[in-house]
Design a protein around this ligand. Structure first.
Ligand SMILES: *Cc1c(COP(=O)(O)O)cnc(C)c1O
Length: 357
């Protein structure tokens, strides 16, 4: 079979060894003669899995004392509602950088007062706003650190006068994070951590319990902190896969190494996009360019080659490079498990296609 290069945006590429180890544990977990999928989450065999996964998140991101790491269901989309329920008392600020940010804003508005501190909506989210003013009376400022659809990214944790909350669904573990600036970091795991089905949350314990409303039990972070993510049955298989990914990240040199490789991949692909006469990047502000989701389109004079390039790349093993419908063109997602070899294969494909035209 032809080698496939997986550029899917999510669910997406995971290290091959993570898939293989998960597959083996699904057949026979720790040699106990039962599948990982058919044992109790409270068993003595599973508890160490979730404990080690939480400990590795803390170790890899250098999480300060006083934070809890949770593995929950519901996806990032449920967090959009849990965040304001748990943290919004008077007023919250949101940075509007795309569809996911807008969905988070919509949920927050059901709970309380929301101010949009800045937005790049008028330019179809092709950059991350800069130099905006953050009111000092906000309960928190919510940011989407990587905008999966548009290929923009906040590469450093902003200095603002209020507490941060970050949707890190699509750049988690791809760079060091100054966790102390955040009351909460969360995301769906299916873009850099695991298969779909588990949501990671890093929450500052003493930031909880500060709002006056009654929070439904399952939507209250305190419930899950107190029960170590075991209030109800957590998604055990995706948590196991997350553990194997975390072990892999550690083995490969941690988040500093992940960031270095991410830059190498991004430089290689953006370099080709900028050089190749057929293509241009959709994110023109260099600082805003995502290392994780790299978006490009055909230049206007070559616009009719869209389908032809897609077919050409598909025939060379590229998978998942079609751009999101809101942006069009192409998107190559280059998450942690993406190899330089994979990106080079795409670059070679672009060069070959250029030579044909
Ligand atoms: C995919 C994605 C989400 C939605 O995640 P679900 O787990 O599917 O709810 C939210 N935010 C960002 C930045 C995403 O990329």
């Amino acid at each position: 079979m032809m080698k496939k290069y997986n550029f899917n945006a999510g669910p997406c590429i995971l290290p091959r060894e993570v898939i293989e180890k998960t597959a083996a544990q699904i057949l026979d977990f720790n040699g106990i003669g039962l599948s990982l999928a058919e044992i109790s989450h409270r068993s003595k065999d599973f508890q160490p899995v979730i404990d080690e996964a939480a400990a590795l998140v803390k170790e890899l991101l250098n999480v300060p004392e006083g934070y809890s790491v949770l593995f929950l269901g519901g996806g990032a989309s449920l967090e959009f509602h849990m965040i304001p329920l748990n943290f919004l008392e008077k007023k919250a600020g949101y940075l509007n950088t795309g569809v996911w940010a807008k969905k988070a804003i919509k949920e927050a508005k059901m709970i309380g007062e929301v101010v949009e501190v800045a937005s790049s909506a008028a330019d179809n989210y092709t950059y991350i706003p800069k130099g905006y003013e953050v009111p000092t009376d906000l309960d928190y400022l919510h940011i989407t650190t990587n905008n999966t659809i548009y290929g923009t990214e906040i590469h450093t944790d902003p200095d603002v006068p209020v507490r941060l909350i970050g949707d890190m669904s699509s750049d988690f573990l791809s760079r060091p994070v100054d966790v102390a600036k955040y009351d909460c970091i969360y995301g769906g795991a299916q873009k850099n951590l695991s298969m779909a089905g588990v949501t990671f949350v890093i929450v500052k314990d003493d930031a909880l319990g500060k709002v006056s409303r009654n929070i439904p039990t399952m939507l209250n972070y305190k419930t899950h902190v107190d029960k170590g993510s075991m209030f109800n049955t957590p998604p055990v298989v995706p948590i196991y896969t997350a553990l194997e990914t975390l072990r892999w990240v550690k083995k490969e040199g941690g988040v500093t190494a992940m960031e270095k490789i991410a830059k190498q991949r991004a430089d290689l692909l953006y370099g080709e996009i900028d050089r190749n006469k057929l293509f241009r990047g959709t994110v023109t502000d260099e600082e805003s360019r995502s290392y994780m989701n790299i978006c490009f389109v055909l230049n206007d004079e070559y616009a009719d080659l869209q389908q032809e390039f897609f077919d050409f790349a598909t025939a060379r093993g590229m998978v998942g490079i079609k751009g999101h419908r809101d942006v069009g063109g192409f998107r190559a997602s280059c998450y942690n498990a993406q190899t330089i070899e994979g990106v080079q294969a795409l670059v070679d494909t672009m060069k070959e296609f250029e030579a044909n035209h």
